[in-house]
Design a protein around this ligand. Structure first.
Ligand code: FPP
Length: 243
């Protein structure tokens, strides 16, 4: 039995399965994404109430541009709709919105909405809702490498000073706690270019549940499973450390 339930500081979620959820109902994929947005609302509320400090959601990967144009366009409209609709509620509930990813590829309207929402909520002290939008883990690492290379070129950093700690400062989410738990819904068992650097020591939790069907109860189950994991970060258990 778990006596002291630890709430992970930072949970990241790959929200997979919207398309299949829609297909099961003979609906367009866009309907699945709309249903997925309802789950986002539920899960954000639950995470905030549980005292999770940061929740990172994979909303649009850098590879998602390769989907049919109608689907990409439906997703963009959904982001605009969600931001317009939820911004007041984020502000009211002390939630701070943060974005990781290259938003320069989005429409001017969407970029403006994102930047406004980030600004409006920047002083909130509750949950950080971190949305990965046009994000790729490899992109993230390459961007950090570029920033570091530029510092070397400017003479601000020597090659010997390039360390993991330094990368940790340049990579996205350096202002947030380490990712404790990555949840993936939809029955696939891979990272799909999500937080490649930041998840090095995260616990991984996979469920077959499609994202629109994911509930607070299932989130709770993921946290309970997280509590049964023994996190060693590459070391050994204290009682084994005797020879
Ligand atoms: C993956 O399911 C889901 C996405 C690519 C989009 C996720 C977007 C939302 C849940 C809505 C908006 C979110 C925010 C934060 C505003 P899939 O389409 O790959 O499903 P499939 O594997 O069944 O085809």
């Amino acid at each position: 039995m778990i006596e002291h339930r630890v709430i992970p500081n930072h949970v990241a979620i790959i929200m997979d399965g919207n398309g299949r959820w829609a297909k099961q109902r003979n609906q367009l994929r866009a309907i699945g994404h709309r249903a997925g947005l309802k789950t986002v609302r539920k899960i954000v509320t639950y995470a905030a109430n549980q005292g999770v400090k940061a929740l990172t959601l994979y909303a649009f990967s850098s590879e998602n541009w390769n989907r049919p144009e109608t689907e990409v366009s439906a997703l963009m409209s959904l982001f605009v709709y969600a931001l317009n609709r939820e911004i007041k509620s984020l502000a009211k509930n002390n939630i701070r919105l943060q974005i990781i990813g290259d938003i320069s590829k989005f429409s001017q309207q969407l970029q403006k909405l994102i930047l406004n929402a980030v600004k409006l909520t920047q002083n909130n002290s509750g949950l950080v809702l971190n949305i990965a939008a046009n994000y790729g883990g490899r992109w993230d690492i390459v961007e950090s490498a570029k920033k570091i290379a530029s510092k070397v070129l400017q003479g601000e950093l020597s090659i010997d000073e390039i360390t993991e700690e330094h990368f940790n400062l340049e990579i996205t989410m350096s202002n947030l706690p380490a990712v404790d738990l990555v949840i993936r819904t939809g029955g696939e068992y891979r990272m799909s270019n999500f937080l490649l650097w930041q998840s090095a020591y995260s616990e991984l939790y996979f469920t077959d549940t499609l994202w629109p069907d994911f509930t607070e109860k299932q989130f709770e189950k993921a946290i309970t499973t997280f509590n049964t994991r023994e996190r060693r970060f590459g070391a050994v258990k204290v009682e084994e450390n005797i020879c």
